[in-house]
Write a protein that binds this ligand. Structure first.
Ligand code: TTP
Ligand code: MG
Ligand code: MG
Length: 479
């Protein structure tokens, strides 16, 4: 069962060994905790609070940074979609640019730093962005083009890096561990960044540190168009003064929970005992605590090993029933698209497989713009199936697979002209989340009773026609 998050701040502090607060119990939102100097010591130069003191016993809750000396590079393109638009039209340089759905009900997908200075941010309703920055250039996105540039960057990295992971459309991690002995990691990273900028024209920022979390935060701090290296001994001083919002796994909800407890800097978060955060927020709390302490042992997962999601179906009886096969493709692809959205992933490759009754198996695959939308994937799957099923022979099995997965959510629906479609998807997913995956399906993915009996009738009349043709032939043979 989920633990309740309702915990008094005083409980947290008591468990940390702090016995008095300079701020009263009604600490306003937006302020960090500050502790009375029981024994004024240990207030580091990076503390967000005025008197950040703690007792020696509190150090028992500290864990050292992991001693594995890894070198992890994080690369994140700056204002990615906007930058692609700028490469294609230099008149956009220096101007506020906002990318997103063209209807008012759409949301901002990417915005330039010039637009950000007006308060515009990602995921903000377009209507609000228009009101805040009416002079901005508004552009409806082109996912196909962004996918092309995203692949261009990946190809450059793949060509040069020993081990890399593609984490999102505009983010990569590279494990450079061991390279230091031969070349400087920082020098190599700088050259790679230079190459990407030169060959694609896109600005990109990089962070180099001991693990994925710290290097990602470092890349964020290096923006725009910068580089930041954080050596092992610099990790805590680097993290301490930053807002807890900078920790990648802290979303809106967790941020507000922690803020309501008076925690705003990473330092304050990390001095809370791990067990305390664990009991407050479960496994998530432990993970957050580790990240606040600069601990992250997750490996860089080679892009080729990044998982795919697939499904297949073996028919009870081998079939050539086009309608049924098509319906099966639709419902299988729909299932995968739902799974992608559920896991907050986007796919960039689709594969269809068929096995004939003689076990001869054929596959065909197609790159697609990053997507998790049924309608995009279904039409690709149907077209792959049509190209694949040339022999019109009895089929024993069909399968569909999505691969080339990256983390990502939402950006797709920002380009839809029809917000109705977006809300349809959301409603369908909500229903499935509540009542199970089969709660709702598109009409093409299932057969109605009428369609089923119509199909049976058609089959029966085909059989009858075949029977009378046979009789005709037999009659001819007799005479
Ligand atoms: P980000 O790297 O989060 O943002 P960004 O590249 O626009 O800006 P920054 O300089 O801060 O890195 O996301 C990469 C792209 O993914 C972004 O250009 C647009 C898309 N995206 C969405 O479509 N929706 C979203 O909510 C977010 C956060 C990003
Ligand atoms: Mg980016
Ligand atoms: Mg990014």
């Amino acid at each position: 069962m989920k633990k309740s998050l309702k915990v008094e701040r005083s409980d947290v502090l008591r468990s940390c060994g702090f016995d008095s607060l300079t701020a009263g119990p009604s600490l306003p939102h937006g302020r960090d905790l500050s502790f009375a100097p029981a024994d004024r010591q240990a207030a580091g130069p990076h503390d967000g609070a005025q008197f950040q003191t703690f007792r020696p016993s509190d150090f028992q809750t500290f864990r050292p940074l992991t001693m594995d000396a890894r070198s992890i590079l994080h690369l994140d393109l700056d204002t990615f979609f906007v930058s692609v638009e700028r490469v294609r039209d230099s008149r956009l340089n220096g101007r506020p640019v906002i990318i997103g759905g063209s209807s008012d009900r759409g949301v901002v997908s990417s915005c330039s730093y010039e637009a950000r200075s007006f308060g515009v941010s990602s995921a903000m309703p377009m209507k609000m962005a228009r009101a805040m920055c009416p002079e901005a250039v508004f552009i409806r996105g082109d996912m196909e083009m962004y996918t092309k540039y995203s692949r261009m960057v990946t190809d450059i990295i793949a060509d040069k890096a020993p081990l890399y992971e593609k984490a999102s459309v505009d983010e990569h991690y590279i494990d450079l561990t061991g390279m230091e002995r031969f070349h400087g990691c920082a020098g190599w990273s700088h050259e790679l960044r230079d190459t990407i900028i030169r060959e694609t024209g896109l600005p990109i920022s990089i962070g180099l540190s001991v693990n994925k979390t710290v290097s990602k935060i470092a890349a964020g701090e290096a923006k725009p168009n910068g580089e930041r290296e954080v050596a092992q001994q610099q990790v805590l001083p680097f993290l301490d003064p930053l807002s807890i919002r900078k920790i990648p796994m802290i979303g809106q909800k967790t941020y507000h929970t922690l803020r309501s407890m008076g925690i705003s800097t990473i330092h304050t978060l990390r001095v809370i005992p791990a067990e305390m955060l664990g009991s407050l927020m479960g496994q998530n709390g432990m993970e957050i605590w580790k990240k606040a302490n600069g601990i992250d042992n997750t490996p860089v997962i080679s892009y080729s090993e990044q998982k795919s999601i697939s499904t297949e179906h073996t028919f009870d009886r081998d079939t050539t029933d086009t309608v049924m096969l098509n319906q099966m493709i639709v419902s299988m692809t729909e299932k995968l698209a739902y799974e992608l959205r559920r896991q907050e992933k986007l796919a960039s490759c689709l594969t269809v497989r068929i096995r004939y009754s003689d076990f001869d198996t054929h596959t065909l695959q197609q790159r697609v713009p990053y997507t998790a939308f049924d309608h995009v994937l279904i039409s690709e799957a149907q077209s792959l199936f049509r190209r694949l099923w040339q022999r019109r022979m009895l089929i024993r099995l069909i399968g569909v697979k999505v691969s080339g997965l990256v983390r990502g959510v939402q950006q797709l629906n920002m380009f839809e002209d029809t917000p109705e479609m977006v809300s349809l998807y959301m409603t369908m997913d909500r229903l499935r989340g509540r009542f199970g995956r089969h709660a709702i399906r598109r009409a093409a993915g299932v057969m109605t009773a009428a369609e089923r009996s119509e199909r049976e009738l058609r089959k029966a009349s085909e059989l009858l026609a075949e029977k009378s043709r046979m009789e005709e032939r037999l009659r001819g043979w007799r005479y």
